[in-house]
Design a protein around this ligand. Structure first.
Ligand code: KIV
Length: 270
């Protein structure tokens, strides 16, 4: 009798690319092995985003996130998952200087974490780098519209495309990253008609965050949709109120420790 072990294969980059115009792509961020294991049951890809600087480490923006931190969380998420494609964000300062620098750092991220692709911010200005990476074996997810790493240039996190005069710039970004070989593109914080126009115009999937249901897929930051962020942006739907649930648990624990009602018989080794 022969025994066969069933191996679950991870979703691949071409499988995500082929979902253009089909069933919407489901995605969330994850930064922790055990929550990633839950997300893995439902998501097509999981992003280890640099928003971890803000939601996990209390930073005010993503600018201060170092490469090492992305690698550490990337490893945890790869360890905790079996099925989803894992995409790791390139943090600010690790890829903009030149295609060579981008390749060196992206190769480190892929080797050290075991992820299947990287994501970087920027449209037309990053097209040469995207082509350089893809030609050398590194799948790239692009990210245009509201790009949080440019917060200091933009003067805040501002919704993009409110004036039609701005659209051509975003359309050119979308065209450039698709032509350069990105397998998908995140559209962040942009008005619905612009997201719809980009989604119709390019032949790679668009993944929306604050960019409407016109996109080919959606992504949210896990901590935002679980109610763990003290501030909820308009585009976030809170699916679970974990903040109050954690507070209630911690309060009851503190009360029971003080009253010596925890631990009880059940939790004691005799
Ligand atoms: O870092 C992140 O969470 C992201 C998403 C907003 C797409 O890049």
């Amino acid at each position: 009798m022969s025994t066969q072990t069933q191996t679950v294969r991870r979703t691949t980059v071409p499988q995500i690319a082929r979902r253009k115009g089909g069933e919407p792509i489901v995605s969330l961020t994850s930064y922790h092995a055990h929550t990633a294991a839950i997300v893995d049951r439902y998501a097509d890809f999981i992003l280890v985003g640099d928003s971890l600087g803000m939601v996990m480490h209390g930073m005010e923006s993503t600018i201060g996130v170092p490469l090492d931190l992305m690698i550490m969380h990337g490893r945890a998420v790869v360890r905790g998952t079996k099925k989803a494609l894992i995409v790791v964000d390139m943090p600010f300062g690790s890829y903009e200087e030149s295609p060579n620098v981008a390749f060196r750092n992206a190769a480190i991220v892929m080797k050290e974490t075991g992820c299947g692709a990287i994501k970087l911010e920027g449209g037309a200005r990053m097209a040469e780098t995207i082509r350089f990476l893809v030609e050398r074996g590194i799948p790239v997810m692009a990210h245009i519209g509201l790009t949080p790493q440019s917060v200091n240039v933009m003067g805040g996190f501002k919704t993009q495309g409110r004036q039609e005069a701005e659209w051509e710039h975003h359309l050119a970004d979308a065209r450039a990253v698709a032509e350069a070989g990105a397998f998908a593109v995140v559209l962040e914080g942009m008005v619905e008609p612009l997201a719809a126009k980009i989604t119709k115009m390019i032949d790679i999937p668009t993944i929306g965050i604050g960019a409407s249901a016109e996109c080919d897929g959606q992504i949210l930051v896990l901590e935002d949709m679980l109610g763990l962020n003290p501030w909820t942006p308009k585009f976030v739907k809170v699916y679970g109120e974990l903040g109050p649930m954690i507070e209630d648990s911690v309060r009851r624990y503190a009360e029971e420790v003080k009253a010596r009602t925890f631990p009880t018989e059940e939790q004691v080794y005799r």
